[in-house]
Design a protein around this ligand. Structure first.
Ligand code: CAA
Length: 257
């Protein structure tokens, strides 16, 4: 793993820390690092949920424009697969994820946030997809995930204009889920993810998969995905523990494994 992306684990929560001063511009090394960090977070039993955090000043100001500036079409045919893979690895991480956004989350940075399950923003955060101003379009999933999150016309407004969106507007259009004082972003994300520590990991994983895969298909296919995953959970110890806990009138959360 690269030093530019670290997985730091504490009390059951993994923090994927982007660390490339000054703006966390996402070069190929950080993209590969994020894929590796997601793989490790997915595999580790002591990680129940994941925060993506760029530090106190900035989330990420996008893909590294200096790295891309001299790339040709054929260079980008290969590189564009990596651009999508690193956000896909986050979107498909089988545990709850939240982006803790301070400062700028632009371009690929906004796309990293879009690939998380939830987004908590600082009151001074600025989000956006400014790629058109560079003569390109979002390439790390933004055209797809932004439209799914905020709807096609809002996504078109943001992508066509490339304008910067401040935290209050981001909250109003559903681009972020909550806005908190800048100094509280990371702790808010920790509180949110702490709910899942000691939780029913397989049920959470199945719920995420059913919702995300179901959004990509027609209703009947989505219901079939739900049915298969629902049935599969009857093979888990957590299901047995959760139902036994209820039947025996246990108090508080069930003692999941
Ligand atoms: N790539 C490479 N370097 C970047 C960068 C980026 N995305 N964003 C900022 N930097 C660099 C700047 O070049 C500058 O470097 P130097 O000190 O060597 O000159 C340094 O970070 C600080 O940036 P600024 O001086 O510009 O700081 P600012 O406070 O005046 O502005 C900003 C901050 C508004 C974020 C501005 O830097 C900016 O607009 N950055 C680019 C945002 C952008 O267009 N992102 C999309 C990238 S393309 C993409 O992401 C494609 C995709 O979908 C995958």
């Amino acid at each position: 793993m690269t030093d530019l992306v670290r997985l730091e684990v504490e009390d059951g929560i993994g923090t994927i820390r982007l660390d490339r001063a000054p703006m966390n511009a996402l070069n190929a090394e950080i993209q590969h690092g994020l894929i590796a960090a997601c793989r490790e977070a997915a595999q580790r039993k002591d990680v129940a949920a994941v925060i993506v955090w760029g530090g106190e000043k900035v989330f990420a100001a996008g893909a590294d424009i200096k790295e891309m500036e001299t790339m040709s079409y054929t260079d980008m045919v290969d590189h564009s697969a990596l651009l999508q893979d690193f956000t896909r690895s986050l979107a498909q991480l089988p545990k709850p994820t939240v982006a803790a956004i301070t400062g700028y989350a632009l371009g690929g940075g906004c796309e990293v946030a879009l690939a998380c399950d939830f987004r908590i923003a600082a009151d001074d955060a600025v989000l956006g997809q400014p790629e058109v101003s560079l003569g390109i379009i979002p390439g790390a999933g933004g055209t797809q995930r932004l439209a799914r999150l905020v709807g096609p016309s809002r996504a078109k407004d943001l992508v066509f204009s490339g304008r910067f969106v401040k935290a209050p507007e981001a909250l109003a259009i559903g681009l972020v889920d909550s806005v908190v004082p800048a100094s509280e972003v990371y702790e808010s994300a920790r509180s949110m993810m702490a709910r899942y520590v000691g939780g029913p990991a397989y049920a959470l994983r199945a719920a995420k998969e059913a919702i995300d895969r179901g959004l990509e298909v027609d209703l009947d296919s989505g219901l079939e995905i739900e049915r298969m995953l629902f049935s599969a959970l009857f093979a888990t110890k957590d299901r047995a523990i959760g139902m036994r806990h209820f039947v025996e009138k246990g108090r508080g959360p069930a003692p999941f494994e």
